[in-house]
Design a protein around this ligand. Structure first.
Ligand SMILES: Nc1ncnc2c1ncn2[C@@H]1O[C@H](COP(=O)(O)OP(=O)(O)OP(=O)(O)O)[C@@H](O)[C@H]1O
Ligand SMILES: [Mg+2]
Length: 368
């Protein structure tokens, strides 16, 4: 039940208010002075306060001023109850006490009830939205933890499955018949791709933890590390990678390496059979951040695909027959957003793919 606070020094007025509002079916709390009202507000949350203006001791305006001073109660709407007069009308309008409305005494119960009902409704809806937001944050955190734990715990048994399969495959347990050998090899390949999936899931879960460890990081060095990790693939693809001079950004350096590695790795994996692969990596300054681009002349994206490629497990038309789990770009998105940036993809001009992302500049724009 939602609470409504009724404040009036006269008991008969409180009775009249209660009678008018009872049909709303809410919890009506009565206070006979400003002081008592402030005490009620210490412990409870209210959807709306009905506040008599003329009271001995602390009057309605003073009470309202105190209510607005306190963090806990400052957002609660106040409806003043007052005998209407010209001066009061002016006073209420000019008074900066945050009244949302006022009602003239003697009041019409129907008008009072409908005004209060609006605030009760607003309060209930706000609460629901807040609860949903908190629930979402909780589920997100739980999901990340879940992915992290599951991938950790799945990895160990898988290592021993792969180990034993390998021993079977290379004959350590005696020669296998033709069929058995093939079955073992298939199992081994399946177990290995399961290992990749688990590693990718773990990376995805960890990618959200970038925030908090950001420091000035040379993007050029991150690209060099990514290129060295991809060296064998780049050489066997006969690819040319052009890196312009890259800036220093505020980033987590191992996540930045992973980001470039996933993007350049994609360019290599999804290269075209028709031309040698060229990849250009560059960055342009835009106010307080840098916009990076990884441009390739590979098999390209369909125009309706550019928005989907960052979705977890999405594999595009170019992915047919090539290994992968569809997590790489989801990780990139998480890394970039964890750094406060944006990432998007576009089909390149002459075929191929352009991926752009932004990262905060290390100098935060102070020198530009
Ligand atoms: N440079 C690129 N050129 C063409 N297609 C691309 C490129 N990068 C990504 N894609 C398309 O986007 C899809 C999603 O990419 P993503 O990196 O997320 O997954 P993946 O490469 O399929 O698997 P993973 O990276 O998890 O091993 C790919 O399956 C591919 O179809
Ligand atoms: Mg990939």
């Amino acid at each position: 039940m939602t609470k409504i606070l009724l404040v009036d020094d006269r008991p008969e007025n409180l009775v009249a208010l209660e009678a008018a509002l009872r049909p709303l079916g809410q919890d009506l709390i009565a206070a006979q002075s400003g002081e008592e009202a402030l005490r009620c507000l210490l412990n409870d949350d209210f959807a709306v306060i009905l506040l008599d203006v003329q009271m001995p001791g602390m009057d309605g305006f003073e009470t309202a001023a105190h209510i607005k001073e306190r963090e806990r109660s400052r957002h609660i709407p106040i409806i003043f109850l007052t005998a209407i007069s010209r001066e009061l009308h002016q006073q209420l309008r000019g008074y900066e006490v945050g009244a949302v409305d006022y009602i003239a005494k003697p009041f019409d119960p129907w008008v009072l009830r409908s005004k209060v009902a609006v605030f009760v409704d607003l309060y209930d809806k706000t609460r629901r939205v807040e609860e949903q937001a908190a629930q979402l944050t909780r589920s997100n955190r739980e999901l990340e933890q879940f992915a992290e734990i599951v991938s950790h715990d799945l990895r160990n048994p898988l290592v021993s499955v792969v180990g034993y399969l390998q021993m079977l495959a290379d004959g350590s347990a005696g020669e296998l018949s033709g069929d058995a050998k093939e079955f073992v090899e298939r199992s081994l390949r399946a177990a290995e791709s399961m290992g990749t999936l688990i590693d990718d899931l773990l990376s995805y879960a960890l990618a959200g933890k970038a925030v908090g460890t950001l420091r000035a990081t040379d993007a050029g060095q991150a690209v060099d590390r990514a290129l060295s990790n991809l060296h064998a693939d780049i050489v066997s693809a006969g690819a040319t990678i052009n890196t312009k001079t890259l800036p220093v950004v505020r980033a987590d350096s191992s996540q930045l390496t992973r980001l470039f590695q996933n993007l350049i790795g994609n360019s290599v994996k999804y290269r075209s059979d028709e031309r040698p692969l060229h990849v250009d990596i560059g960055a342009e300054r835009e106010s307080d951040h840098w916009m990076f681009s990884v441009v390739d002349n590979g098999s390209g994206l369909a125009s309706d695909e550019a928005g989907s490629v960052f979705t977890m497990f999405y594999r595009g038309s170019s992915a047919q027959g090539r290994p992968g789990t569809g997590i790489g770009l989801a990780i990139c998105k998480k890394v970039v957003e964890g750094h406060g940036g944006r990432i998007w993809a576009e089909p390149g001009d002459g075929g191929g793919t352009v991926v752009r992302f932004t990262l905060p500049a290390a100098d935060g724009g102070a020198h530009n």
